[in-house]
Design a protein around this ligand. Sequence first.
Ligand SMILES: [Zn+2]
Length: 124
Amino acid sequence: MTSQSGDEPNFASSGSGSASGSGSISSKQNDNSSPLWNYVTKLEKRGATGGTWNYQCNICGETRNGSYTRVKAHLLQISGEGVAICKKVTKSQKLEMLTLLEEWEKRKKQGASREVPLPSQCQS
Ligand SMILES: [Zn+2]
């Protein structure tokens, strides 16, 4: 117990190699990117495809590689994801992130089904 090593999570390449069924290529990135990306700085994109980035956590300053899932696990301190959780994030910061995330996911859902039924306006 002299030194703490082996902190680095193993570089697991994408776990399940299931290509996304629907042919939706992530073309629009600004609109639907998670608010959690605001808490990290994207340094460099890794790989031609997929959302894997070399990023720096704005809160603890650590530089890591990973996809959004890892960013989320790091910031929201979700253990069991094979990611080192953020040790400097405060309770209020976490709460803020969770709130933003909830709003974002709500917005995303609304955006997905933006067909608003208009029962009164019957065109015939
Ligand atoms: Zn961090």
